[in-house]
Design a protein around this ligand. Structure first.
Ligand SMILES: NC(=O)c1ccc[n+]([C@@H]2O[C@H](COP(=O)([O-])OP(=O)(O)OC[C@H]3O[C@@H](n4cnc5c(N)ncnc54)[C@H](OP(=O)(O)O)[C@@H]3O)[C@@H](O)[C@H]2O)c1
Length: 287
């Protein structure tokens, strides 16, 4: 098994696979990250997907998890493009599981969204993901390799909470103005990735979320309460434009409630943390 982009999620997928006796290699870009993989007992390949190709044979007949993010700018995932072109040399995988994002649906005005909803990416961050999905579909059609796409909501877990933001006391919009957002605990995402690789239907898309959407302000408030930090100061929508970062404003401009029915019914995932009530304590007590 090969994990392309072996960071926060990838290292956890690798650990689970190793427990089951599966040999795992991870692709990272930096030497620091390669050293971290070595500490964890994961074989590493240090390759910048934007500029280099994977070694000959490294992907042949493999189960490939693709977790590397697109580049930070533009409408295209040039790393994915290079990776797929390089498969002629590195070998055709048996299956690729790609972690996309729910941003490809665009703003859905708070409606419930399942996988039949047409993609409508509205910002470049989401257009890059949509581009990657299209490239992968092209690869599947041309090569006969198998493809499963997960559209993943906001990932939270131990070491992955907005504590730095809270410590800076940065403002948020009032709850009444906050859009619907969706989350998944990293442990449930890891389980979803492994199930998607094992039993996801070739060519299918699955939303990966806990199925209990909330609003972003409530999320920040709850994390603050758990961490013993002050809740963020609230601003109204008029003030938000002047006080929040462009990145945060782009998240606040989209509202969706995501269904995870397909994940539960077709992949058979039983979520350990279906709501923040279960998931947030687990981020603090190490369970
Ligand atoms: N955060 C969220 O809420 C969220 C939601 C939905 C989807 N996602 C996506 O889920 C995926 C996994 O997330 P994560 O938290 O595990 O990410 P992460 O911890 O940032 O790990 C990303 C990994 O990709 C590698 N990488 C990045 N660019 C690369 C390149 N050009 N060439 C080779 N390797 C490269 C990194 O290597 P280096 O460490 O060496 O740079 C790192 O190992 C990402 O694509 C992320 O965007 C995240």
């Amino acid at each position: 098994m090969l994990i392309v982009g072996c960071g926060y999620v990838g290292q956890r997928v690798a650990a689970r696979a190793q427990q089951e006796g599966i040999a795992v290699s991870g692709v990272v870009r930096s030497k620091v990250s390669a050293a971290r993989l070595a500490e964890l007992g994961i074989d590493s390949l240090c390759v910048d997907l934007e500029h280099q190709r994977l070694p000959a044979g490294s992907t042949r007949d493999e189960d490939v998890f693709y977790f590397a993010p697109p580049p930070p700018e533009g409408e295209h995932d040039t790393g994915m493009q290079r990776f797929l072109e390089g498969l002629a040399q590195s070998g055709q995988p048996r299956r690729i599981l790609y972690v996309s994002t729910t941003g490809v649906y665009g703003d859905c005005h708070g409606e419930w969204v399942d996988e039949t909803r047409p993609a409508h990416p509205q910002v470049d961050r989401a257009r890059r993901r949509w581009h990657a999905e299209q490239l992968l579909r092209g690869w599947r059609d041309a090569s006969g390799g198998e493809l499963v796409i997960l559209r993943v909501a906001g990932i939270y877990g131990p070491g992955r909470l907005p504590l730095a933001r809270l410590k800076k006391n940065l403002p948020m919009v009032a709850e009444a103005d906050a859009p619907w957002t969706n989350r998944i605990h990293v442990d449930d995402l890891v389980e979803t990735c492994l199930r998607g690789m094992q039993r996801g239907v070739d060519g299918e898309v699955y939303n990966a979320c806990d199925g209990h959407p909330g609003n972003m302000t409530d999320y920040f408030n709850r994390v603050a309460d758990f961490a013993g930090l002050p809740r963020p100061p609230l601003v109204d929508l008029d003030q938000a434009g002047a006080t929040l970062s462009p990145g945060m404003l782009s998240y606040l401009a989209e509202s969706r409630r995501l269904s995870n029915r397909k994940l539960r019914e077709q992949l058979g995932v039983v979520l350990r943390y279906p709501t923040l009530d279960e998931g947030l304590p687990a981020c603090f007590d190490g369970s």
